[in-house]
Design a protein around this ligand. Structure first.
Ligand SMILES: Cc1cc2nc3c(=O)[nH]c(=O)nc-3n(C[C@H](O)[C@H](O)[C@H](O)COP(=O)(O)O)c2cc1C
Length: 465
């Protein structure tokens, strides 16, 4: 197993203050479009708060047989392998030197890779904080082989949404760019060759504690990227799909809006959402993936389901997100007031359309590669991505965007579930063709890209806060 922590060694490492203020806005309010505010008066505290609630270590787990302890983070990751790295550029933050940094989650510190006015050619380059999120595919391929590319993209969607929500919880806007020249960004940030830039996220807003930027010439420390594994196995399909979805010339610089998704209606109008006052700070750090769910008689209420689905409705702030590509199909096992069956969710009018009736527990678990948690949950979901429309609008790059959106929706499902006292788990392992067959989907209607399960988690005594 490759090392889950990338370090750029031999560079100055800056402390991020411990125990930054917790964002108090209720998580559900934030997920439905609200804004929080921050008490952080200087750059280090602001960055600490932002990263503590989006990317830091939040718990650990001990393997009972060996005693081995491993870290869990605020952002989830398939197999806990964490292929996503957070780099960030700062300009004019109070009491923090302008420069380019890499976040070190293992110590909650920032590796200073360069200082000065970096003038990097990045979209969003004039914002006071710009993140460059990268993926190290080998970390994921080690376990998931060719399928790993998808997981990297899902994980990226989760990481982006974790960052965007933490930013919003402390009062600033974020905007993500997926459309950039890959090699130019990799070279500008002097990334190690195994790191692929996937998303660039700018942060703006009056809550960011700023001063005048410095005009100092850049000074590079660079750093030596640690070797994650003694040897690595090449997965040519992963390299090929990544190259195919890369942008490499100026002609492809612009991005055009995608056609809007088709809308329709269902016969079931969802009721107003259940309420929860649990703060974003608490929910973000307490979020965990359930290993399994209690399969008894306890159901979730329709108002809880309504709140969870409402969290997926707001459009994302990204250059590729002018239209949505993901549709949600639900396998309802135990929801009060909702007959067992499969439903399609129509977000525009918050309605459900029943497309199958009857007990779906065996089907949902079977389709999710036989994982019982998808049958034991109160509700399981298939995210169906309109790859054809995405590729029509964005070329092969569209493949990435559909999966980013799925990951981002997944992150919102995790947090909404946690806010309501439920648990959730992202499920990347499913039988693609069987799902299409079961839901009667032609390729024009979309392809399954991600599964999810939400319910009452079986307590996991191995987790330590
Ligand atoms: C994209 C993605 C796919 C996942 N697929 C599965 C899965 O198929 N089965 C499962 O039990 N857990 C799955 N998980 C949950 C991870 O195993 C979990 O996030 C990881 O162990 C870290 O634990 P945490 O979420 O509690 O931080 C997935 C998570 C993500 C983000």
């Amino acid at each position: 197993m490759p090392d889950p922590f990338r370090h750029y060694e031999g560079v100055p490492v800056l402390d991020l203050p411990a125990d930054p203020p917790s964002p108090e806005i209720p998580a559900l309010e934030l997920l439905q479009g609200g804004y929080g505010s921050t008490l952080a008066a200087d750059g280090p505290t602001f960055l600490s708060q932002l990263l503590f609630y989006s990317a830091a270590i939040s718990a650990s787990k001990r393997v009972p047989s060996t005693g081995y302890k491993y870290a869990l983070r605020v952002n989830p990751s398939s197999g806990n392998l964490h292929p996503t790295e957070f780099h960030f550029l700062t300009r004019g933050l109070k009491e923090w030197p302008d420069g380019l940094y890499h976040y070190r989650p293992s110590a909650h510190m920032a590796e200073q890779r360069a200082i000065g006015d970096m003038k990097l050619k990045l979209p969003g380059g004039s914002a006071p904080i710009v993140f460059v999120l990268t993926s190290i595919a080998w970390r994921e391929a080690w376990k998931y082989r060719d399928r790993a590319y998808r997981y990297c993209l899902h994980d990226m969607g989760h990481a982006w949404q974790a960052l965007a929500l933490a930013a919003r919880a402390i009062g600033c806007d974020s905007f993500a760019f997926g459309h950039f020249l890959d090699d130019q960004v990799a070279q500008s940030c002097r990334l190690h060759e195994d790191e692929w830039p996937m998303l660039i996220v700018e942060l703006r807003g009056s809550s960011i504690p700023v001063r005048e930027p410095c005009a100092r010439e850049p000074l590079w420390y660079g750093g030596h990227a640690n070797q994650l594994s003694k040897e690595s196995i090449a997965y040519p399909l992963i390299g090929a799909i990544h190259s195919t979805s890369k942008l490499s010339n100026l002609a492809s610089r612009g991005i055009s809006p995608a056609e809007p998704a088709a809308t329709s209606s269902g016969e079931i109008q969802l009721p107003p959402s259940a309420l929860s006052r649990r703060s974003f700070g608490e929910v973000a750090r307490m979020r965990r993936s359930a290993l399994d769910f209690l399969s008894g008689t306890q159901s979730m209420s329709l108002t809880q389901l309504s709140a969870i689905l409402a969290a997926t409705i707001p459009l994302f702030a990204a250059d590729f997100a002018t239209a949505r590509f993901i549709q949600l199909y639900l396998y309802a096992h135990r929801v009060d007031g909702l007959e067992r069956g499969v439903y399609r969710f129509w977000p525009e009018r918050a309605e459900l359309q029943q497309i199958k009736s009857g007990d779906q527990r065996v089907a949902a678990a079977g389709l999710s590669l036989g994982q019982e948690l998808a049958g034991n949950a109160c509700v399981a979901l298939s995210m169906i991505g309109d790859l054809a429309r995405a590729v029509h609008a964005h070329g092969d790059r569209g493949y990435r965007y559909v999966h980013f959106e799925a990951g981002a929706i997944g992150h919102r499902l995790y947090l909404a579930g946690e806010a309501l006292g439920l648990g959730a788990t992202g499920i990347g392992a499913f039988y693609d063709d069987e799902v299409h067959h079961y839901l009667n989907l032609t390729s024009k209607q979309g392809r399954v890209v991600y599964h999810f399960a939400i319910g009452y988690p079986v307590p996991d005594s191995r987790v330590e806060a």
